[in-house]
Design a protein around this ligand. Structure first.
Ligand SMILES: Nc1ncnc2c1ncn2[C@@H]1O[C@H](COP(=O)(O)OP(=O)(O)OP(=O)(O)O)[C@@H](O)[C@H]1O
Length: 255
């Protein structure tokens, strides 16, 4: 569904070349949940923005369903760490913003917004302003907004990084459920090994200078997942250790 072929990105900064990505190859299948995991500066956001059509690779090609991506697409939804909700609009008006911009606002989209808000646990908050909501609730609104036009692909750049640990765990669980119910293809950028283990079908480990894919790790566990007590907690803990070792370069082999 998403094909990244030999993608390199070089930025110019103060007369120096910054090799943000070097010859990255990756394929994401329909319905797959892929996390991009790595330290700061390894090119995760650059790769995500290239898939979103917000950044042009210096060389190589990104395509979705066989079509080269050179601008943002309607079948893609995006969610960032900063919610960028408009403070003067209430919750439902914020959720409806993308369909308004696409001139596709209708009674059906309003009904879908209400349904999404209910799924995200925000029933009854439709008329509140973002400033009246907690950080976690604002991210739920942002998730509903990224899903309002029913995109097939969801691109997420550390969406829960600024939240406290408990809210983060709760939202990670809800994201698993919503993506499974709605059959989305997801690429999710994170620094967090726990996010990767909880969410991913496959985790792509990246290394910096230049940004490259160093390992790809499959997480073959059923959902909902929990790092606490469950039959698969031993397996998840092993995957967690493997990713940890890869990030700290103690292990250079195996998936
Ligand atoms: N617009 C830009 N101009 C110049 N350099 C940039 C630009 N955007 C990113 N970079 C550089 O490219 C490299 C990769 O950045 P990128 O933000 O993609 O990494 P990241 O893995 O997402 O980092 P983080 O986890 O800190 O967000 C970094 O060295 C960064 O400083």
């Amino acid at each position: 569904m998403i094909e990244i072929e030999e993608v390199s990105k070089v930025y110019e900064r103060d007369g120096h070349a910054v090799h943000a990505l070097e010859r990255v190859d990756l394929e994401v299948k329909e319905g797959e949940f892929v996390t991009l995991l790595g330290r700061s500066g390894c090119g995760k956001s650059t790769l995500l923005r290239s898939i979103a059509g917000l950044e042009r690779p210096t060389s190589g090609r990104v395509s979705i369903r066989g079509e080269r991506v050179d601008k943002p697409r309607r079948d893609v939804g995006i969610m960032f760490q900063k919610t960028a909700l408009l403070p003067w609009r209430n919750v439902i008006e914020n959720v409806l913003l993308p369909v308004e911009i696409m001139r596709r606002k209708s009674a059906a989209s309003r009904a879908r917004a209400l349904e999404l808000l209910e799924t995200a646990g925000l029933k009854g908050f439709e008329n509140r302003r973002p400033g009246e909501l907690s950080g976690g609730m604002q991210q739920r609104v942002s998730l509903c907004r990224s899903l309002i036009h029913d995109p097939d692909v969801l691109l997420m750049d550390e969406p829960f990084a600024a939240l406290d640990a408990l809210t983060r765990e709760e939202l990670t669980g809800e994201l698993q459920r919503i993506c499974e119910e709605q059959g989305k293809t997801v690429v999710f950028v994170t620094h967090s090994i726990d996010d990767a283990v909880m969410l991913a079908d496959r985790t792509v480990v990246m290394t910096p200078r230049p940004g490259r894919v160093s390992h790809v790790v499959h997480i073959d566990a059923v959902r909902p997942r929990s790092l606490g007590h469950s039959e698969q907690s031993g397996y998840l803990a092993e995957r967690r250790r493997l990713l940890h070792d890869m990030l700290f370069e103690r292990s250079r082999s195996g998936t």
